[in-house]
Write a protein that binds this ligand. Structure first.
Ligand SMILES: Nc1ncnc2c1ncn2[C@@H]1O[C@H](COP(=O)(O)OP(=O)(O)OP(=O)(O)O)[C@@H](O)[C@H]1O
Ligand SMILES: [Mg+2]
Length: 385
């Protein structure tokens, strides 16, 4: 199942968004245009649906409250709403639709309240809140049915889907200095600190198969690396990865992840994430620390892996190298353009002059990315120079 369409109202720097999503979807736009905020919608839904300490109240509180989430560009204080279509494939009619609206209680505890919660399976509406009970007891509106196991039984599939959303923005330093920060891992592990433990928890056979595939990929991109292995340190009990490097000495040497380069760690992280699950994966700027030659292989690699896994991947990026790939279709790229009324989101193949360039054989990197550069960028060096 994939998310085939998303509609947003008043979510952070977006006033209004309505776009289809493909199985592989790139998000481009200047700094602070809202790429990470866009990805955060899916993390928000995951947090609400999460059975381990999730729920609406906490998910909003973790983000600083309704007033931080509601678009500053919005006049008065309208509701924030999210609507998601789920389908088996892009462009297909949605098998499911889920929507919620939220606002803040005007008095008292100033809790987050649902303005509505709706679920559709095909054309049949399964849930339409507020219902009679909600009208009589408004405290019920502090919780979604999505987060309640007793209430979501006839749309559990949606709750399970949201729960299994993965976000990866692996920060090599946090992995490398795990001992010094004494294993303090952020909830849901957005920065990949628990990455090694995730590998450790994977059944051995699956782990071996995945590491073998990653080892093959590494051999082609990291000179001198020969072998990649998982080990558990007997004295500390900690999980580690090690690679065997060939070098001038007759005996090759093993190195653990604290000695891997940033690019090696990030590449292993991205590849593992691609192999790991079957539901939505959110990748933040996978190009970071990678050589442009490797970055240019990411789009075809994701495509290839999707043929076996079917996993939907949303990727924020600033990279020419990543998007300079003829296999990327204009529908697979969303362009975020900030303006006073909030950031505008468009599929690049719907922008006429970009489409014309794509039709004559330009890559997305050539046709669309230059648009995301600030118009007075040359000023940057003069103002600080
Ligand atoms: N409630 C809100 N209303 C309006 N704007 C908001 C709101 N919350 C956050 N923003 C703005 O969103 C911007 C940050 O967006 P985000 O981090 O998603 O950008 P990005 O495209 O990922 O940028 P980068 O490429 O630098 O990572 C900030 O400028 C911030 O002011
Ligand atoms: Mg960002």
């Amino acid at each position: 199942m994939i998310i085939s369409r998303i509609q947003l109202k008043n979510w952070r720097n977006f006033r209004s968004v309505d776009v289809p999503l493909q199985r592989r979807q790139f998000l481009i736009g200047p700094n602070a245009s809202g790429k990470s905020n866009f990805l955060d919608v899916f993390r928000f839904l995951r947090d609400i649906a999460s059975t381990e300490g999730g729920g609406l109240q906490k998910s909003v509180k973790d983000r600083g409250g309704v007033s931080k989430i509601r678009s500053l560009a919005a006049r008065q204080k309208p509701e924030i709403s999210i609507e998601i279509h789920l389908a088996d494939a892009p462009g297909e009619p949605p098998g499911w639709r889920y929507g919620i609206g939220i606002e803040q209680e005007t008095r008292g505890y100033r809790r987050t309240l649902l303005t509505y919660e709706q679920v559709w399976r095909g054309n049949e509406q399964l849930l339409n809140r507020p219902d009679d009970k909600d009208e009589k007891d408004s405290v019920r509106l502090t919780q979604t049915f999505l987060e309640q196991i007793n209430a979501n039984h006839n749309f559990r599939e949606i709750a399970d889907f949201f729960q299994s959303v993965t976000y990866l923005h692996l920060v090599p330093q946090l992995l490398r200095f795990a001992d010094s920060i004494q294993g303090r891992i952020l909830e849901n592990d957005p920065f990949g600190q628990g990455f090694l433990e995730r590998i450790a928890k994977t059944p051995e056979k699956t782990r071996r198969t995945r590491l073998k595939r990653i080892e093959e990929a590494l051999k082609t991109v990291v000179p001198l690396s020969k072998q990649l292995e998982f080990v558990r340190d007997e004295s500390t009990g900690r999980a580690h990865l090690q690679t065997l490097y060939t070098h001038w000495r007759p005996k090759a040497g093993w190195q653990r992840e604290d000695q891997f380069s940033d690019g090696t760690l990030r590449l292993i992280g991205v590849l593992w994430a691609l192999l790991e699950g079957k539901d939505l994966l959110l990748l933040e700027e996978p190009e970071l620390s990678l050589n442009s030659g490797i970055t240019s292989q990411l789009a075809p690699l994701i495509n290839k892996m999707q043929r076996t896994q079917g996993r939907q991947v949303l990727i924020s990026t600033h990279s020419d190298a990543l998007l300079d790939e003829s296999g990327i279709d204009g529908r697979e790229v969303l362009m975020l353009t900030p303006n006073k009324e909030g950031t505008h989101v468009e599929t690049v193949s719907d922008i006429e002059d970009i489409k014309a360039l794509l039709d004559t054989g330009f890559t997305v990197g050539e046709a669309a990315l230059p648009r995301t550069k600030p118009s007075d960028i040359n000023r940057l060096s003069t103002v600080v120079g």
